[in-house]
Design a protein around this ligand. Structure first.
Ligand SMILES: [Fe+2]
Length: 212
């Protein structure tokens, strides 16, 4: 005999009745069900796209350390995860990053401050660099990302920094001073990590890709 599969609503109702889905605040069963369904129906939070720009160059080496001793600029560590729209890590994801150096210059002859990252099996990535400089054609400091993953659309985007002087301490209000920043979410908070005799900036940038 074929058993008719339960609808999502019926599964949730069963979970509520059996105490497998409970609310952290007092809620009627119907309200709990409505909230849960509403949350599940919310559109996935994808990392916004942003312009590719003119300075991408194929063939960047695989690297996680982009700066070398003696480089000018404030040390910066960027890390995050490559995820699908539901927040699950994507196996086989790849990412490339490229940026200007501290002086606002892109290396067009070689591969300084350009790298192919090697995310872990769980999609985690990290690299060490310096805070990019400002350059004449662009308003804000930024790092370019291109992320690919099996079964997903390629994500081309840029990371910006809440500490950028252009935002004058208020990126919520001032992020549009750079006309290329169409989405506030691309401006990430910066954590200062102090060591015995030095310090570095730390930024987390999650990369969530849309299914192809
Ligand atoms: Fe750029």
């Amino acid at each position: 005999m074929r058993v008719k599969p339960l609808t999502r609503r019926e599964i949730l109702e069963n979970c509520i009745v059996r105490g497998l889905l409970v609310a952290s605040i007092p809620l009627s069963q119907s309200k709990l069900l409505a909230f849960w369904q509403q949350a599940e129906a919310r559109p996935p939070k994808l990392t916004p796209e942003n312009e590719m720009g003119p300075f991408f160059k194929k063939g960047a080496p695989e690297a996680a350390m982009l700066r070398v001793p003696g480089d000018a600029g404030f040390p910066l560590r960027v890390s995050g995860n490559i995820l699908d729209a539901r927040g699950e890590p994507i196996e086989g994801a790849r990412a490339e990053v490229w940026q200007a150096d501290h002086h606002g210059l892109y290396d067009l002859k070689g591969y300084r401050y350009r790298a192919r990252l090697a995310p872990s099996a769980k999609g985690a990535y990290a690299f060490e660099t310096v805070m990019p400089g400002h350059y004449p054609d662009r308003v804000c400091q930024h790092i370019h990302f291109m992320v690919t993953a099996p079964g997903h659309k390629t994500l081309v985007t840029q990371l910006y920094f809440a500490t950028d002087s252009v935002f004058a301490g208020d990126p919520d209000k001032n992020y549009t001073r750079d006309p290329l920043i169409e989405n506030r979410e691309l401006v990430r908070p910066v954590t200062l990590v102090e060591h015995a005799e030095s310090a570095h900036a730390d930024v987390v940038f999650e990369l969530s890709l849309q299914k192809a």
